[in-house]
Write a protein that binds this ligand. Structure first.
Ligand code: FAD
Length: 375
């Protein structure tokens, strides 16, 4: 069997590894436009139990990844310089490049051919394969080429964000909200390695325009964000890595397969970064696709629809939670008018109403504070 996978992100690398592990005779190659050590972004978070899927399916990869992660048990919101700790909401984080390098090593050791620095311009270049997988991210060539067959669509949220890093280590995943004369901003920040944290700055469209960020070069934009978040950064500088201002793309497709073509990960669906699930979804897609192929005796024609119908309900649930979370962020300025504990409750309930007694089991200290303020 010849398998061509487009894109060496988490979805493509992990699928290649799984395919080759169970099919030593198969020819599995991954084609990536960038160099092996190039990536966008800094660290990524996984929600507390997000790695459990790996523990069950692939204990070796789980054991390789977990020692590289930073973890914590609480999260913190900062509003008008007041810190509200929400206990019991844990996350783990890892540098994106570190994760990719680990997955590259595992794929290579299994016998996968990894081809870097090769941008694919047309699906004709992959014609000789029995199976072509588009693990090629938000701007997927496979999805765009087969847009009609897949019923694909792409919408952009209106908030702008830029993905920075910083040397300051934060003790928990923290969301800092700042009201300034030029507009409202929030930052999602957490450490992902010794002396390294992710620092994503987000602002609404009106504040983005008022601040003049569109016309600013990278240095000026960074300086402005350092000023807005001076307290959170405590004098640390922001670091850029292709940290352009973007709007979050919501990708969807009615079908994730057409003939011998499949799409997985961000090529097929996106989950807003505020719920920390995109990487996990990408890797779970890889597991589901490989399993559907294995169970059908590598019959591509039957495996791809089986993958789609089994995987879709799981993805839909997370994507709909992500859409609710994204919509809360699209209106974060309005929520900022709330009292801090109400603001935190609004944050926790952003994907649906939360039962206070149930929340108390998970976050007793926060609920105690909330109840005390609502006597
Ligand atoms: C600001 C931000 C923060 C995020 N934070 C988190 C987080 O905390 N936790 C989390 O789980 N997820 C997070 N995500 C989402 C996560 O980054 C993605 O969901 C994940 O990377 C998807 O993996 P993928 O392999 O599908 O795609 P990608 O990682 O995008 O990889 C696709 C690869 O395909 C390559 N490619 C594309 N086109 C071609 C071509 N024509 N030829 C050759 N190669 C090509 C690209 O260069 C790229 O390497 C975040 C996303 C953003 C934007």
């Amino acid at each position: 069997m010849r398998v061509s996978i487009l894109g060496a992100g988490p979805a493509g690398l992990y699928l290649a590894y799984l395919m080759k592990r169970r099919r030593p005779q198969a020819e599995v190659r991954v084609i990536e436009q960038n160099a092996a050590n190039a990536t966008f972004g800094f660290g990524v978070v996984f929600s507390d139990r997000a790695l459990e899927f790996l523990r069950d399916d692939d204990p070796d990869t789980y054991a390789a990844i977990t020692p590289l992660m930073e973890s914590w048990n609480d999260m913190t919101l900062v509003l008008r310089n007041e810190r509200i700790v929400i206990d019991g909401i844990g996350f783990s984080a890892i540098g994106r490049l570190k994760l990719l390098q680990l997955l590259q090593d595992r794929a290579r050791a299994a016998g996968v051919a990894l081809i870097f620095d090769r941008p694919v311009k047309s699906l004709d270049e992959l014609e000789d394969a029995d199976l072509v997988v588009g693990a090629d991210g938000v701007n997927s060539l496979v999805r765009k080429t087969l847009a009609d067959e897949l019923g694909a669509s792409l919408h952009f949220l209106s908030n702008r964000f830029a993905w920075f890093g910083t040397a300051r280590e934060f003790d928990t995943l923290t969301q800092t909200f700042r009201h300034t004369p030029i507009g409202d901003f929030n930052a999602h920040h957490y450490r992902y390695a010794k002396g390294r944290s992710t620092f994503i700055v987000e602002t609404d469209e009106a504040s983005f325009a008022r601040a003049g960020l569109e016309r600013m070069d990278d240095g000026a934009a960074r300086a402005l964000c350092e000023k807005v978040f001076a307290d959170a950064l405590g004098g640390a500088r922001l670091i850029s890595n292709n940290s352009i201002w973007r709007r979050f793309p919501q990708v969807s497709a009615k079908k994730w397969h057409d003939r011998k073509y499949a799409i997985i990960g961000d090529a097929a669906h996106t989950a807003h970064f505020s719920i920390g699930s995109g990487t996990r979804l990408a890797m779970e897609d890889a597991i589901a696709l490989e399993r559907a192929l294995y169970e059908s005796g590598d019959g591509v024609a039957s495996a791809l629809p089986a993958f789609d119908s089994l995987r879709r309900p799981v993805v839909d649930k997370i994507v709909s939670g992500s859409a609710a979370s994204a919509s809360w962020y699209e209106n974060f300025s309005e929520h900022m008018a709330l009292a801090p504990a109400d603001f935190a409750m609004s944050y926790i309930s952003r994907s649906g109403r939360v039962d206070l007694d149930r929340l108390e089991k998970m976050s007793p200290r926060f609920v105690q504070r909330y109840r005390a303020e609502h006597k």
